[in-house]
Design a protein. Sequence first.
Lengths: 153, 153
Amino acid sequence: MSESVSNTNPEFDLETFLPFRLHQASEAVSQSFRSIYRNEYGVTRSEWRVLAHLGQYGPMTATEIGNSASLHKTKVSRAVFSLEKRRWLSRAPDQRDRRVQILTLTKLGHRSYRRLGSQAQHYNDQLAQKLGEAKAAEIIELADILQRVIEGR
Amino acid sequence: MSESVSNTNPEFDLETFLPFRLHQASEAVSQSFRSIYRNEYGVTRSEWRVLAHLGQYGPMTATEIGNSASLHKTKVSRAVFSLEKRRWLSRAPDQRDRRVQILTLTKLGHRSYRRLGSQAQHYNDQLAQKLGEAKAAEIIELADILQRVIEGR
DNA sequence: ACAATTTTGTTACATATGTGACGATTGATT
DNA sequence: AATCAATCGTCACATATGTAACAAAATTGT
């Protein structure tokens, strides 16, 4: 907490430029985690996210997943197609709204979710331990605040 | 700072999963900033990053930019090509190492850098103000720590 | 001095992504 | 009821990205 982030002179400063620094940190973490879902099953980031959402929250529609995961609708559409082909999820029509489909993990999908999820949790625990629990919790809290501020809530 | 990030039970928890939460926050910020360099000059993220680095640190080689900005070498190569076409930067051979080229902003490039940079700084100041200076500084500090921990330094 | 290895930056190729359009359905307005 | 607008998910298309291979130059080891 040594220096101010805002700048009285109008000079641009990369070191304290939030979009850049956040992206760098986030990409470093994402890349280091990537090998787990990638090497384990050859799954893409979008697929892993959809899997994680369905595993965590139960049956949802594509739009709901997109909103919750901040995933573009075409990314969701493609990930769902791919996960369906693997028989990790199935679609069921919704009688109330025939435009949407309820997406549900199959047994096979659940097994994959539990397996990848537990490795993900292990990764997270290790990282949190290296950072120190307090700092890890701070990051989550600041991520919350950032999203609220950006989305104007 | 209400809850722990690590988990004694092995259940996966998306809410406190650092790769996901960081990526979400970082993407929210990046997207909201994007309209500035995108609408202003139709410049891509990679191009903006290369511009920002050369403007901030002076002449550098492609590899140096890639390392500092965490940009893949093909991204740098393409961004440099595109910025050169716009006449925002020029290349000069390095007599010590004839594999590399010293990249330097042209006068036009400097003007663009100052203009975009000052808008970027304004964006950052506004965001830091909304977050509160203390929290903005915390984010920078935590980004530093994260990168060090991930890269094992 | 030489051969083997590494580094730099570019390219071809395959894959991943965003944009815009679309058909089908639903909700809102009149 | 009929029309209009909005939403859902998919597709074709264009663009962006990563991988692997490469030529040129530098570095290392002998």
